[in-house]
Ligand binder design. Structure first.
Ligand code: C5P
Length: 222
């Protein structure tokens, strides 16, 4: 069989990409991190001095922008116009600006097209904010991954420590809340649980627990 579509949505730092990547490995599906695409567009606009709230200028920029992925461990590698931007798109200034870019309709239309093309290849695990609601509304499995803001701030704090970043936990909690608010209240494709999505609270679950639960749901649907 060609494999099914698995949509994993949820707020910032809920563990979506870690879990999505493991599921893709287990089922030999393609993995697409749509947040990385919004981050890459934001990085390029910042580098080129394109205003993040100018939909026309962003659309023009996107006409000659290539975003590609390559397998990598522990992280998938992300390339912008042929250059590896895997680390650059995780910088704090990108993280704290990405919601502005992601609110622009021209950007969403362009990236949604690219995401659907990637999904056309077959079995796919795609994570983001609007996959189950907008990008892949017919996905056979839709998961809405949530965790308490306290837990998510702590997870980010630990990830950061491994990279030598020491932003205080209060600041991280605030940044997560601000980003969730912006993503949930924008006009176009806001972050929201699809009516037919399964909600999974990962606050007190391990990554492997979450992967097992989602895998069981996929098994029921294939
Ligand atoms: O998943 P990640 O935290 O890397 O996403 C970064 C940002 O990209 C989100 O905060 C959101 O503004 C935007 N995004 C989006 N739609 C998606 C995926 C991400 O608007 N499907």
């Amino acid at each position: 069989s060609k494999g099914i579509q698995v949509a994993i949505d949820g707020p910032a730092s809920a563990g979506k990409s870690t879990v999505a990547k493991k599921i893709a490995n287990r089922f030999q599906y393609i993995y697409c991190d749509t947040g990385a695409m919004y981050r890459t567009v934001t990085l390029k606009a910042m580098q080129q001095g394109v205003a993040l709230d100018d939909p026309e200028a962003l659309a023009e920029m996107l006409k000659h922008t290539a975003i590609t992925f390559k397998p990598g461990d522990p992280e998938q590698l992300v390339f912008l116009d042929g250059n590896d931007v895997t680390a650059a798109i995780r910088q704090e200034d990108v993280t704290n600006n990405v919601s502005t870019t992601a609110a622009q309709g021209t950007v969403r239309a362009d990236l949604t097209n690219r995401q659907r093309e990637i999904a056309d290849a077959g079995g796919i695990v795609m994570d983001g904010r609007d996959i189950g609601t907008t990008v892949l509304p017919d996905a056979q499995v839709k998961i809405f991954l949530v965790a308490s803001v306290e837990e998510r701030a702590q997870r980010r704090f630990k990830d950061n420590a491994e990279k030598g970043i020491h932003t205080p936990i209060d600041v991280l909690r605030h940044e997560i809340e601000v980003r969730d608010h912006k993503d949930s209240t924008r006009a176009i494709s806001p972050l929201t649980q699809a009516a037919d999505a399964v909600k999974l609270d990962t606050t007190s679950l391990s990554i492997d627990d979450v992967v097992d639960k989602i895998s069981a749901i996929i098994d029921q649907n294939t």
